[in-house]
Design a protein around this ligand. Structure first.
Ligand code: S3P
Length: 448
């Protein structure tokens, strides 16, 4: 990759073909390194994702006194050996902990840092400072946490406090909020119950279970962390392989689904049921996707996904499927531009508080490519089928928006330039190179 902030996507309507893997799952990579730091003993984490967001978490864990040995197997897949210090063994950091652009890092760490015997400050980029933190600080305060923030935004200043179990009903189906509460729950003696109004991803629960914690997965929406055992809570070390990130696989999947003549296979992708809403949505539009070689690794289901181009029809989406596809809606919108008829997504107001307001920014950029798109408070409508026109567009420093626009560029007539594209590496280092391996006409170019 060049150090440039600009990528040029040339689209010659080349069919995509071949077999690739995508880097490790971002959500699992954040959680695995955080939890391994709190385990008693050394954990091994293979295929860990070295992306902008997860590297922020790795640096923070090190700043908390945790030794991590890294084997950089490839630039997109690292193996880590993390010397866990136990739940109470972290060390006071020398300064504020910089979560950069990573919402998952700051919200999950808010839970962990609330239980420490030393004070800490969690901060991040200007972009992160705009995102709502009240959704974690409010429940954490109910647990007894001492957290200060200005208008519910980062920086978060956390002081030592005694925590106790609570029963908490989330009003948004957020895995980050659920995880933050459960992680703070590791510092309570009594049980913790969290209600999720939709199927938020459950990687924290799965990892905690693998580490010997008694946790019962969602029953009627309630997730329960049991009482501490006699002698206190302890986490066993991890020995795991991180599955390929379904959210990264989403980009080549949609590209193959909309570029005529394509057929690709993406190997060893995590297909946890709380993550694959996009697969259901694309299939209901008529996409040809087959799942093979299913296996379980580290408590997570993985599979190979083969996508073959076929004509798409419009389809509406709302409710629980949206929760399972929340990060994929920008690239799903690109698929909807190539479906005949109007496709509407509802119940997706959360898109407005992601890295950027993904509804407004997606509409602004897709319109530059000739798309007819209406905005709703909680979603949008795309009027297909639109012949996409290449143009200069901008990621707004949002990795998923940048990659969704690049995929649109691969189906467009003429050349598309995605400005400010370095952020793609926040979740998918090697995105451009992976698409090149599939025969896509896409390349990095220097900023003029
Ligand atoms: C994530 C949860 C989701 C998702 C984000 C990663 C996680 O956010 O959008 O990219 O790792 O827990 P919310 O929990 O806020 O919906």
């Amino acid at each position: 990759m060049t150090s440039s902030k600009q990528a040029i996507v040339r689209c010659q309507a080349t069919p995509l073909s071949g077999v690739v893997t995508v880097p490790g799952d971002k959500s699992i990579s954040h959680r695995a390194v955080m939890l391994a730091a709190l385990a008693e003993g050394a954990s091994t984490i293979r295929n860990w994702l070295p992306a902008g967001d997860t590297l922020a978490t790795l640096d923070i864990v090190r700043a908390l006194g945790v030794a991590v040995e890294v084997d950089k197997r490839t630039s997109h897949s690292w193996d880590l050996r993390v010397e866990g210090r136990g739940l109470h063994g972290l060390r006071k950091p020398g300064g504020p902990l910089d979560c950069r652009n990573a919402g998952t890092a700051i919200r999950l760490l808010a839970g962990i840092m609330s239980g420490q015997h030393f004070p800490s400050v969690l901060d991040g980029s200007e972009q992160l400072r705009k995102r709502p933190m009240g959704r974690v600080t409010e429940p954490l305060r109910l647990l007894g946490a001492d957290i200060k923030s200005e208008e519910g935004r980062a920086p978060l200043t956390i002081r030592p406090a005694a925590l106790h179990g609570i029963e908490y009903k989330m009003n948004v189906a957020s895995a980050q909020v659920k995880s933050s509460i459960l992680l703070a729950g590791l510092y309570t003696d009594d049980a913790m119950r969290v209600y999720q109004p939709g199927p938020a991803r459950d990687h924290t629960e799965r990892l905690l279970m693998a580490m010997g914690t008694i946790i019962s997965p969602s029953q009627d929406g309630w997730v329960t962390l049991g009482d501490a055992p006699p002698g206190g809570r302890r986490l066993l070390p991890l020995n795991m392989t991180v599955p390929g990130d379904f959210s990264s696989a989403a980009f080549p999947m949609v590209a193959a689904a909309i570029v005529p003549g394509s057929q690709i296979t993406i190997r060893q992708v995590g297909v946890n049921g709380t993550r694959i809403g996009l697969l259901e949505m694309l299939r209901s539009m008529g996409a040809d996707i087959t799942i093979s070689n299913q296996q379980v690794t580290g408590g997570e289901l993985i599979a190979d996904l083969t996508v073959t181009y076929s004509a798409l029809q419009a389809s509406d989406v709302g409710g629980p499927t949206v929760v399972k596809a929340i990060d994929e809606l920008p690239v799903w919108a690109v698929a909807a531009t190539q479906a005949s008829g109007s496709s509407t997504v509802r119940d997706a107001a959360e898109l407005r508080v992601k890295e950027v307001d993904r509804i407004a920014v997606l509409a602004e950029e897709l319109r530059r490519m000739g798309v007819a798109m209406d905005e709703h408070d909680d979603g949008f409508t795309i009027h297909g089928l639109t012949p996409l026109q290449g143009n200069t567009v901008d990621s707004h420093d949002d990795h998923r928006l940048g990659m969704a626009l690049a995929v649109a560029g691969l189906a467009a007539e003429g050349t598309t330039i995605v400005n400010d594209a370095a952020c793609m590496a926040d979740s998918f280092p090697g995105f451009v190179e992976t698409m090149q391996r599939l025969g896509a006409s896409i390349e990095w170019a220097a900023t003029s």
